[in-house]
Design a protein around this ligand. Structure first.
Ligand SMILES: N[C@@H](CC(=O)c1ccccc1NC=O)C(=O)O
Length: 310
């Protein structure tokens, strides 16, 4: 059975796929090369829990800081070595959004990168957001925007805000690109985006099991697709923010890799300083859990973006 098609929409390859193939393309664990799907997801969770416990044991942290009044609107802050409190404001701020298809995952098992980044004096914020079916995608996008405003107000002298998301979190981070911050209480000092193994055109997901708790219509999907929004918009009002690194694993599925390529092309056409980074020999999950390693290639890309002079 072929995935439903809408007359007039482009010849995107996913439209010619069977429902079974589409389901597989958007099941990242089925593309892991070193372990089966179940073991992959189990390892991903174990490493996330272990890295987060390690970060909370080794670093000063402020947990469950509410950026909004609703349930789920909280973030964790991880602070570098005991700098003078005032100095914390004048540091780079790395903001992370976890994956889990907007229906799973949490800030409490996502502090993978805290060790290497705080060791270099970077403040790390791991943002939580409400999940489906309790929250809609539109509400999650608004929560992320409000968390970024909150962080800018909490760290007004920050040396740059670096927004990173993995998988569904990369989607939520990408949805910040078209935001007109003049309509928000403060304009964040966004210096770069790291979009890791994301989805940017959500319409294919409407026809997979991912959509069960989200219940997106094709219109909901298009409204929440940065690929669609940025095709129509030029670079961010007031000029493009800093570099946008669209990152994908060599062993991500062909659809995830196509989405990364096409989104990067759209950004470049819109005047953004975007680049495509394919990380060799990692799958959808290894690409993230290796951020716990100081010498990991993606850790080094992030650090060289934050500290170009080093
Ligand atoms: N059921 C999915 C799980 C998944 O896609 C996922 C799991 C953890 C973190 C991110 C994920 N993907 C997108 O956000 C799979 O089979 O790969």
């Amino acid at each position: 059975m072929e995935a439903p098609r809408e007359a007039g929409r482009g010849a995107a390859p996913w439209r010619a796929m069977s429902a079974e193939e589409l389901e597989k393309q958007y099941s990242p664990s089925r593309w892991a090369v070193r372990r089966g799907p179940e073991e992959t997801l189990k390892t991903y969770s174990e490493i996330g829990i272990e890295a987060t416990a390690g970060a909370r044991a080794a670093r000063r942290s402020l947990l469950g800081v509410q950026y909004g009044a609703a349930a789920g609107e909280a973030l964790d802050l991880y602070l570098p070595e005991a700098a003078a409190a005032a100095a914390e404001d004048a540091r780079p701020l790395f903001v992370f959004l976890h994956g889990g298809y907007w229906q799973a995952g949490s800030k409490d098992e996502s502090a993978y990168m805290v060790g290497p980044l705080t060791a270099r004096g970077v403040v790390v914020a791991v943002v939580g957001y409400a999940l489906a079916p309790r929250a809609t995608l539109d509400q999650m996008v608004d929560q992320v925007a409000r968390s970024i405003v909150f962080l800018q107000e909490r760290f007004p002298s920050n040396q740059g805000m670096y927004l990173c998301g993995h998988s569904a979190g990369a989607h939520l981070a990408a949805m910040m690109l078209p935001v007109n911050w003049t309509e928000r209480p403060v304009t964040p000092n966004l210096k770069a985006f790291f979009l890791v193994s994301g989805v940017y055109d959500l319409e294919p997901l409407v026809h997979t099991s991912v959509n069960a708790p989200l219940r997106l219509t094709p219109e909901d999907a298009r409204r929440n697709s940065p690929q669609r929004l940025l095709e129509a918009a030029a670079a961010q009002p007031g000029g493009p923010a800093g570099p946008v690194l669209v990152i994908v694993g060599q062993h991500d599925s062909p659809e995830f890799r196509r989405q990364a390529r096409e989104f990067c092309q759209t950004l470049c056409r819109g005047g953004w300083r975007a680049s495509l980074e394919e990380v060799r020999d990692v799958d959808h999950f290894e690409i993230l859990w290796k951020l716990a390693e100081q010498d990991d290639v993606l850790t080094q890309i992030i650090l060289k973006t934050i500290f170009p002079e080093f």
